[in-house]
Design a protein around this ligand. Structure first.
Ligand SMILES: [Zn+2]
Ligand SMILES: [Zn+2]
Length: 157
């Protein structure tokens, strides 16, 4: 893929856990150890994941009763509310990814294997802004999914 479609990096002032702690405080909620463990796991690497996959990763902590499943679901919803995670519904499945500290991007989505390929395009944003300007529309963001079949799947695996 040409370089012009690659994602830039984003600098953030606060580490994710601190940012989330502030959000919770502002909503009169406590930053419990459970929430802390979940946030650390969620932000340990960038990926697209669903709640079941996150629970798999937290299995050991769940087994040791450090974290409960309902808290995982609740924390995911709070992270979306805080604008730190982005929730997408793809093929009937809720998929999450980092919004905080991660550059804006769009996706190619393979309908066969559910793979998501990320890209960024200045051209696309220019078109978006031009269309919005024509409608006196204030842009906050956008979301584009190009659906299709990835190269591996089309090779007939
Ligand atoms: Zn595929
Ligand atoms: Zn993505």
């Amino acid at each position: 893929m040409p370089d012009s479609f690659s994602l830039r990096s984003v600098d953030v002032k606060l580490p994710p856990a601190e940012r989330f702690g502030q959000f919770l405080q502002g909503h009169g909620k406590r930053f419990t150890q459970q929430r802390q463990l979940i946030v650390e796991m969620v932000f340990s690497h960038h990926d697209h994941f669903d709640a079941d996959e996150l629970i798999d990763h937290l299995q050991e902590l769940i087994a040791r009763r450090k974290v409960s499943r309902p808290t995982v679901y609740r924390t995911l919803a709070e992270l979306v509310e805080a604008g730190m995670l982005r929730k997408m519904v793809l093929g009937g499945r809720s998929v999450y990814e980092h919004e905080y500290g991660y550059p804006s991007h769009d996706h190619l989505y393979c309908q066969r294997c559910n793979k998501l390929i990320e890209f960024h395009s200045d051209d696309l944003e220019q078109i978006r802004d031009a269309v919005a300007a024509k409608h006196d529309f204030h842009v906050v963001g956008h979301r584009m999914f190009v659906t299709g079949i990835c190269s591996e799947c089309s090779r007939g695996q």
